[in-house]
Design a protein around this ligand. Structure first.
Ligand code: EPZ
Length: 429
């Protein structure tokens, strides 16, 4: 079993390079299935979820070639629909994009029900609503999703009941080659939705309005290959911005798009953190005590839910009572149990956490309860004097490129250790 071990209390000082964005990479990789040609995708982060997505396409007959650092050639010319392996598909939510991509290319799809981090219920009713509006019939049975459009897909006007990144991405994928112009209203505005649209437009698609809540997709007959670079990961960047603030250090975080970080920068400045911004980097530093604050997660451009556990750690370090409200997921506070082990005073009531910051925190043995919660445990370990051990770190490695290496390079006393799995004493005789 691997663990991350941190001796905390050292301010982080130095420069960190941000990698390509996980949630954009997953959408673009699955989008390659629509293209039936060679695509060169640059700035793909070397993380488990990207490797898993490439593996899935390879199992389907795509040819995947590493042609330079973080750059892959993905040729889906001979990919066969309906052949994605269930044991891989069910490991991540991003697999759900296979449904839209297969429908868009083959007018049919057969994909295992997607998995992903456990924040309570993760329905796909809006995805299905979109596919059915486009003329597909969808059946969920025996752990599989089967979608068929006998006469091909026809454009539709789709109004999502709530803002959903996944369903917005999936309907874009399905609609790219549908007959006519599809209009998605109440669409997600996240940067990775825009990144997917830009990639598909580079392949000859006709998508307008991505980044707003109304997206139009004019169906085209055929797509062609292209070369495309994935945007930088705003959640990785935000994680390191919060780590700099939590340790009272000074970090230059390179390869970012400032616009994507506006809500994080604003909240950190409200808490007394200094954020200097340039075109491609931010410098985050803190000399004074942290101010308490209230945070409410919202779809983009609001404060990202994927930085909720991380900012919770910072609120624990700020004197005073802070209110943290989670408006995207039903149950994204499981990690607070781990922070309580460290002495955090957090009361969770439904989708709101009341944090009594300033309580003395102590290093402890904790675990990652999901990807972003794991990153929050790393931040807590970095900020708190003493030895923190973190288990279940494979969850962190799903979404962070070399988190140990990047932090060591800016002064963290952090390492990854392999332990033998605890002996199972079996049943008493
Ligand atoms: C994506 O998940 C991200 N994952 C999540 O990031 C992120 O937290 C989330 O968007 C919100 O930004 C990927 O991109 C792979 P949603 P997704 O559809 O698409 C409800 C990370 O840490 N909903 O926007 O699954 C849903 O239950 C991960 O990188 C429906 O009710 O999120 C949730 O309450 C964790 N019906 C809300 O909408 C549906 O059909 C937002 O979900 C779909 C969603």
């Amino acid at each position: 079993m691997d663990k991350i071990v941190i001796n905390g209390g050292t301010p982080l000082v130095g420069s960190i390079e941000v990698s390509g964005m996980k949630n954009a990479a997953l959408a673009v990789i699955m989008g390659c299935l629509l293209v039936e040609d060679k695509c060169i995708i640059e700035n793909l982060p070397d993380i488990n979820d990207v490797r898993l997505s490439l593996d899935i396409l390879a199992h389907m007959g795509a040819k995947i070639r590493l042609i330079a650092n973080d750059t892959y050639e993905i040729d889906t010319t001979n990919a066969i629909g309906g052949t994605s392996p269930l044991e891989l598909v069910r490991r991540m939510r991003g697999s759900s994009y296979l449904i839209g991509a297969e429908l868009g290319r083959f007018n049919r799809s057969h994909v295992g029900y997607p998995g992903g981090c456990d924040f309570g219920v993760r329905p796909i009713d809006q995805h299905i609503k979109g596919f059915e509006a486009l003329g597909a019939s969808v059946n969920v049975e025996s752990g599989y999703i089967d979608a068929t459009a006998e006469n091909g897909l026809t454009a539709a006007n789709i109004y999502f009941d709530l803002v959903t990144v996944g369903a917005t991405i999936n309907v874009i994928l399905a609609a790219v080659k549908a007959k006519g112009t599809t209009v998605i209203e109440n669409a997600a505005r996240e940067p990775h939705v825009v990144d997917l649209a830009n990639f598909l437009n580079s392949c000859g698609a006709k998508i307008t309005g991505a980044g707003t809540d109304v997206i139009k997709i004019k169906g085209v007959e055929q797509l062609h290959g292209c070369t495309y670079a994935i945007i930088p990961d705003m959640i990785e960047a935000g994680t390191y911005m919060i780590a700099a603030a939590a340790t009272g250090g000074k970090l230059k975080i390179n390869n970012i798009i400032p616009k994507h970080l506006e809500s994080i920068s604003a909240k950190l400045e409200e808490m007394g953190v200094t954020v200097e911004e340039d075109d491609e980097y931010v410098i985050v530093s803190r000399q004074n005590k942290l101010n308490r604050a209230n945070v409410k997660t919202l779809p983009y451009p609001g404060f990202p839910t994927d930085l909720q556990p991380q900012i919770a750690v910072l609120l624990c370090l700020a004197d005073g009572v802070s209110i943290l409200s989670e408006s995207v997921w039903d149950n994204r506070f499981r990690y607070t149990e781990e922070l309580r082990r460290m002495g955090a005073e957090i009361k969770v009531d439904g989708k709101t956490a009341i944090i009594e910051g300033g309580a003395p925190l102590s290093a402890a043995a904790v675990k990652a309860t999901d990807l972003r919660a794991g990153a929050a445990m790393v931040i807590a370990g970095l900020a708190i004097e003493g030895r923190t051990e973190i288990e279940e770190i494979q969850l962190i490695e799903r979404g962070y490129v070399d988190i140990v290496g990047k932090l060591r390079a800016v002064g963290a006393d952090i390492k990854k250790i392999s332990y033998p799995d605890p002996v199972s004493y079996g049943k008493a005789n």
